[in-house]
Design a protein around this ligand. Structure first.
Ligand code: BJW
Length: 244
């Protein structure tokens, strides 16, 4: 992997970094990305058909079971070298912000301490009707289980299409993207808004913007630098070139 010397110099001099991650970062941990075909039982569904409040209203059991399957996948997955490299960056860079669209918690399991989760976390559950977190519920065999307070259906605590992102996290991500010196967009297709606007906002605010992705995205042509390769290879290499 060739990393331009000018980029290395820019990164070495910068103290304010913001990194946006997407599903590609967890791909090497065996967690499927969204715009790749799903596998096995779920191959005939598209994420747009399952990750919506309408889908949950119409087919709550189907949607709950999709998340139950994904929760098991995530529980069995381990952080990969990309997650580890980002945790190491947090420890080295004075003002480092990690913004993720991922709901799998693998950044935290790799040691990242401050993670801005824009789309929630699949390991948490909330009440569909009341929108409040629910930690435990009676196991009655019903799918989805019911909220112990109101009796309504429980759902994963993630952000579906058509729902608002958590306002504090979105504001923090916006601040981090518009005040950094370097911005890395890693393993995201940059098609799902408002997260997809963050690399452009960083660019507009004067940051040096780097995309890390083996495949071009709608943002690729705007990035100052493109490191075309898997995040689990590119990020450790970047760290090694900067600090050894
Ligand atoms: C590797 C790799 C390796 C592979 N290394 N890379 C403006 C314009 C148009 C539409 C809208 C707009 N604003 C809002 C919308 C509507 C909608 C939207 O954006 N639609 C678009 C599809 C057009 N947005 C919303 O509804 C959002 N809400 C909102 O904005 O509220 C206000 C509003 C509502 C309605 C209208 C207007 C305003 C909410 C979005 C919530 C997204 N939720 C999901 C599901 C989360 C829960 C769950 O996990 O089930 O979030 S969808 C899914 O996509 C998930 C992801 O976080 C998100 C982004 O996907 P990501 O991470 O980029 O993954 P992929 O699969 O797309 O890409 C993987 C990439 O990795 C690829 O590029 C590979 O090449 C790469 N890769 N291996 C590095 N080893």
């Amino acid at each position: 992997m060739t990393i331009p010397a000018a980029l290395l110099a820019r990164l070495a001099a910068a103290t304010r970094w913001t990194v946006l991650t997407g599903a590609g970062v967890s791909q090497e941990s065996g967690v499927p990305t969204f715009r790749d075909a799903q596998t096995g039982l779920w191959a005939r569904y598209r994420v747009e058909e399952l990750a919506t409040p309408e889908a949950f209203r119409q087919q709550p059991r189907l949607v709950w079971e999709w998340y139950a399957w994904r929760r098991e996948l995530v529980a069995a997955a381990k952080p990969n070298p990309a997650h580890v490299a980002l945790a190491q960056l947090e420890a080295r860079v004075p003002h480092f912000r990690l913004v993720t669209q991922n709901v799998d918690g693998l950044h935290q399991r790799a040691g990242s301490r401050r993670v801005i989760e824009l789309h929630g976390n699949i390991t948490r559950t909330k009440c569909f009707a009341e929108d409040v977190p629910v930690a435990t519920w009676p196991e009655t065999g019903e799918v989805p289980p019911r909220c112990p307070r109101c009796g309504g259906p429980l759902r994963p605590d993630v952000v579906w299409f058509g729902e608002l992102l958590p306002p504090a996290e979105l504001e923090e991500a916006w601040q981090a993207s518009t005040t950094c010196e370097v911005f890395l967009s890693v393993g995201t297709s940059t098609v799902v808004y408002p997260a997809a606007a963050l690399p452009s906002e960083a660019l507009r605010s004067g940051a040096t913007v780097v995309e890390v992705n083996p495949t071009p995205t709608p943002f690729t042509d705007q990035a100052h630098y493109v490191l075309a390769g898997p995040a689990g290879v590119v990020l450790p290499e970047l760290l090694a070139r900067l600090w050894t």
